[in-house]
Design a protein around this ligand. Structure first.
Ligand code: A2P
Length: 311
């Protein structure tokens, strides 16, 4: 069984989850099946990934075959940017639960501090100013109802997280953000640790499969490769194990069975403490900057606006 981290709700979040953001609907069945068989107990989903129905079918099959029980799994999903209006939030989780064929989520996150008109796609003509306190109020109701056993946010800067913490009745349990050896998020990690918010890392391998991203940044980094050679591990395993040792859960995506297994083999060994400082020398670059949200018609005119100067 994988290690896990405590959430402030009292629940535990498995320290590795399968990311599903790049997985084609046709591949998702195999990926979920391979992951659960390999020992993964956390699946990170979102309606924005257009594969929740297929994930639901895969989960149903796993439950029916008795491979795993619902209570053994930790399922995360997210509120899409078009569903921020408080009156749309319950319907949005309802659609996700229906697609996933579940009664509740273990964690439901606001996908980002970005709002668009309901039913539209991300584009200049569709931007609306977010009202996070109003959306959060509706998220708190989902927590009260038990449909979401924990609630949190994603893609929140330190400033946005602090603003939310200042007004929340139910504080966010998690901030899921881009976090890897090339974007280590030291400031956000410290804030999260001091405020009891669990940091969950998406793109922990630097997202080599995302178009426009130079994934070579993490897996081909010379420092990562030299530590991997010393410990006889792969660069991906070093990248993931570093995340665990920093106290964050990691959400690597893969639809390849061998790599799904490789990425899970990070519990029986550790990076010795004396090798950890070497990672501080890695040049820091945010690889996923949120291009689609930045526009003269958006509330975020620049990347500095979106990330509050924290890039
Ligand atoms: P694949 O699905 O072919 O395995 P991230 O989680 O940082 O966004 O990275 C996901 C990308 O990394 C996917 O393109 C995935 O491709 C690839 N990937 C996943 N695991 C590994 C691994 N162990 N080694 C190399 N590439 C990997």
């Amino acid at each position: 069984m994988a290690e896990s981290f405590a959430l402030k709700t009292g629940a535990r979040i498995p320290s590795i989850g399968l990311g599903t953001g790049l997985t084609e609907p046709n591949d998702v069945d195999n990926a979920i099946y391979a992951a659960v068989k390999a020992g993964y107990r956390h699946i990170d989903c979102a309606p924005a990934y257009h594969n929740e129905k297929e994930i639901g079918l895969a989960l149903k099959k796993l439950f029916e075959e008795g491979v795993v029980k619902r209570e053994d799994l930790f399922i995360t999903s997210k509120l899409w940017c078009g569903d921020h209006a408080p009156e749309d939030v319950e319907e949005a989780i309802g659609a996700t639960l229906k697609d996933l064929q579940l009664e509740f989520l273990d964690l439901f996150l606001i996908h980002g501090p970005i709002r668009i008109k309901k039913g539209t796609t991300m584009g200049p003509e569709n931007f609306l100013p977010p009202d996070i306190p109003a959306t959060w109020g509706a998220m708190e109701k989902l927590y009260d109802s038990g449909k979401a056993r924990a609630i949190g946010v994603s893609n929140f800067s330190c400033k946005k997280l602090e603003d939310l913490l200042a007004i929340a009745r139910v504080p966010p349990a998690v901030n899921q953000v881009e976090c890897h050896l090339v974007w280590q998020q030291d400031k956000l990690r410290k804030l999260c640790q001091s405020r009891g918010v669990h940091l969950s890392a998406f793109s922990p391998l630097g997202s080599p499969g995302t178009s426009g991203v130079n994934g070579a940044g993490v897996l081909r980094n010379t420092i990562v490769i030299s530590v991997a050679e010393k410990l006889q591990k792969t660069p991906a395993q070093i990248a993931l194990r570093w995340g665990l040792q920093m106290g964050q859960s990691v959400l690597p995506k893969s639809s390849n069975e061998a790599r799904i297994k490789e990425n899970f083999d990070i519990f029986s060994w550790s990076i010795p403490e004396d090798l950890m400082p070497a990672f501080s020398d890695i040049k820091q670059v945010k690889l996923l900057r949120g291009e689609l949200a930045v526009h003269p018609l958006s509330v975020y005119k620049t990347f500095e606006d979106l990330w509050d100067g924290e890039i």
